[in-house]
Ligand binder design. Structure first.
Ligand code: SF4
Length: 363
């Protein structure tokens, strides 16, 4: 039985989400106006709280946000771990004066590299949420026993109020492939993968450098996130709205209610320098805007969401543009204890994602 507070929270959440949906239906000009109002509100709230603000920049969405803020007179410093982005995006960052951050440092003082992180902690694959759960299964401790039980069974145990069927449980498909670490504890018969899985890559390469910078500058971020893009942030954007002042998270996402069309229209209006990897922004005969090359970008050689992509997928595209780099990541970036080299090929084979050239008709 749910407590009164739990019910109130749920109702409030439902109301917030409904309101957010209404905002998403507004016409373009109204959404743009809304973005401006929320951005100014955030700036004022920061002043009241004695905080600075900055823009966290990555691809086209956040580049557009930076220029949008500048266009309305909000001149926030911009930061990015630019080295993770495509070279054409790095060029635009430079042109716009974005401060380039380095990945987090290892104990020996040198910055973490992606291959080292993968070797040490595991591959970022499927999604951040799923990878974190598999990582817990791979690193069992007394402390995480309850969570591991919930990941396998969906039961939260005493500390979680004995709930069953919770969202903590891994989908059956992934349990079959990754749940074997708990076979003995849970009396199940799942498989154990021949590689490690982890979400630490994002933490060391992206999140920690940005968080450290923010702390050092007493600053909170503007982010270019849009709920329409889906993913794990969609729900939190819809629940918390554009500006969020939480206990551990403070952020502004003025484009939260935008869709891709709004974003591209604004980018055209602001004459945003479009990095070459996206090609150009063009209008189809039916009026739809699109970029002629990549529609979205992200780190190269990242496995988050790869199981949802059609071929030619991101790894195929890398093969096309840089076969040497592709070969390194697919076959050689990691070593087994006996020295055998392997890479993403092993991971993709295991989760059933095709990657070999001969399977790619006409590519
Ligand atoms: S998006 Fe992927 S590759 Fe990029 S930092 Fe995160 S886990 Fe690593």
């Amino acid at each position: 039985m749910k407590s009164v507070i739990e019910r109130m929270q749920e109702e409030n959440t439902a109301e917030n989400i409904e309101l957010f949906r209404q905002y998403m239906l507004l016409p373009y000009e109204a959404k743009k106006n809304h973005a401006e109002v929320r951005a100014r509100e955030f700036v004022n709230d920061c002043a009241r709280e004695g905080l600075n603000y900055h823009v966290s920049v990555g691809g086209l969405d956040s580049i557009t946000l930076l220029l949008f803020l500048r266009s309305i007179g909000i001149d926030a410093p911009a930061i990015s771990v630019s080295g993770l982005e495509d070279i054409s995006i790095q060029r635009v960052h430079k042109q716009l004066g974005v401060e380039r951050l380095q990945p987090a440092k290892r104990e020996d003082g040198r910055p973490w590299g992606k291959a080292q992180i993968i070797q040490e902690f595991g591959f970022p694959v499927l999604s951040k949420e799923i990878a974190s759960k598999i990582e817990l299964l791979q690193n069992p401790s007394e402390k995480n026993a309850t969570v591991r039980h919930a990941i396998i069974t969906g039961e939260t145990g005493e500390y979680g109020g004995f709930r069953t069927g919770t969202r903590m449980q891994l989908a059956q498909k992934w349990l079959e492939l990754f749940g074997g670490y708990e076979n003995e504890n849970e009396g199940v018969n799942y498989k154990i993968p021949p590689f490690k899985v982890s979400s630490k890559c994002c933490y060391y390469l992206k999140e920690k450098p940005a968080d450290d910078w923010a702390k050092a500058h007493n600053s909170v971020p503007f982010l270019g996130l849009m709920a329409s893009e889906g993913g794990r942030r969609q729900k939190s954007l819809m629940m918390h709205g554009c500006n969020y002042w939480g206990k551990t998270t403070i952020r502004s996402c003025p484009f939260a209610i935008f869709d891709r069309q709004d974003l591209l229209r604004l980018a055209l209006e602001l004459d945003v320098p479009v990095p070459e990897i996206y090609g150009e922004i063009v209008r189809d005969p039916d009026g739809t805007l699109r970029t002629t090359k990549a529609q979205r970008t992200g780190c190269s050689m990242c496995g988050f969401g790869i199981h949802l992509e059609k071929r030619p997928h991101r790894f195929d595209r890398l093969r096309e543009s840089n076969p040497k780099e592709w070969e390194y990541w697919m076959l050689h970036c990691c070593k087994d204890a006996d020295g055998t080299e392997y890479g993403w090929g092993r991971v993709l084979d295991y989760i059933g994602v095709e990657w070999r050239q001969e399977m790619l008709d006409g590519f």
